[in-house]
Ligand binder design. Structure first.
Ligand code: ATP
Length: 283
């Protein structure tokens, strides 16, 4: 039997860092939402007690460094499963892009392995296991839109943004999240208007939502990679309603209300940038 799970990417509508904690993690406050750009994972039982990862993407490791491998191993150990699993990753989410591709694959693996072995785990149980793999995994288990606090694992569900297009462009560089966080400085930090963004979501006010987008990691990544700023300004000039870098970058996205405008931005970025997508927001 083969079963399938979809692993959607996320974007950050806001990303704020409040302080550095004693345990070394940063205390964050982030509004995250899933978009219709997803990896597709398949799961098949193996007789031997192994976790085998297969993917055609040369940037994705097929060993224990893969977050899907870690998720499958953790759940097998916890529930004492002696059979193995072969996981195939059909990667569509750009890698090391600020779109939580690896975390979403881990979340999809928790769901898939739980289903494959009939574990009947609740979403809360999957989120709890997910938090051991990475801070973004619990959100990816939940999907939709949420405020994430703590190190990202404490979630408050929120209404998703009003229906719109999301145009994404990733310059041909990879960014290490760890590296960007290590450069965070709190002096002169311009915090995003998270509260206003939350009320814009609650009121389904697209215009205000677009003006409240903000990410404290953006100046750090753009100082290392000026290409990110060039993409931002191109998106702004071609009419993006709200433009922001997602996560630690380097992907930049634009929220766009009208399809024709999304087409225009998409076309203006193709050729300028190797990875460009125009997708719908997931409700
Ligand atoms: P985040 O926004 O959560 O920091 P990201 O979107 O910036 O994540 P990922 O695509 O998750 O970045 O990849 C970061 C690194 O993780 C990659 O360079 C890759 O080596 C490793 N990795 C581990 N598992 C996966 C996976 N399933 N898919 C992609 N990359 C993975």
């Amino acid at each position: 039997m083969v079963i399938y799970e979809k692993a959607p990417a996320k974007i950050n509508l806001t990303l704020d860092v409040l302080h550095k904690r004693n345990d070394g993690y940063h205390e964050v406050e982030m509004l995250m939402t899933t978009i219709d750009l997803a990896d597709r994972l398949s799961f098949e039982k193996l007789d031997s007690n192994q976790v085998v990862i297969a993917s055609e993407n040369r940037f994705v490791p097929n060993d224990r460094r893969n977050l899907a491998y870690q998720a499958a191993t953790l759940i097998k150990e916890r529930y004492n499963i002696k059979e193995g699993v072969r996981i195939h990753l059909d990667k569509k989410i750009p890698v090391a892009a600020g779109l939580a591709g690896g975390s979403s694959d881990a979340a999809a693996t928790l769901r898939g392995v739980s289903r494959l072995f009939g574990l009947q785990l609740s979403q809360e149980e999957l989120q709890e296991i997910g938090a051991e793999i990475g801070s973004d995994v619990p959100f990816c288990v939940m999907g939709g839109t949420a405020l994430a606090t703590g190190r990202g694992e404490k979630l408050t569900p929120l209404p998703s943004p009003p229906p719109c297009w999301v145009v994404l462009a990733k310059p041909n560089i990879g960014v290490s999240t760890k590296d960007v966080y290590s450069k965070v400085q709190f002096d002169d930090m311009r915090h995003p208007a998270t509260k206003e963004a939350i009320s814009a979501l609650k009121q389904q006010d697209f215009k205000t939502l677009c003006t409240t987008l903000g990410n404290v990691l953006e100046p750090i990544t753009t100082s290392m990679h000026p290409e990110v700023l060039q993409i931002k300004s191109r998106m702004e000039k071609t009419g993006g309603d709200g433009v922001l870098m997602s996560g630690s970058g380097p992907t930049v996205f634009s929220l766009v209300a009208k399809e024709e405008k999304a087409d225009r931005i998409y076309n203006s970025l193709r050729g300028f940038c190797s990875e460009v997508y125009a997708v719908r927001m997931l409700r």
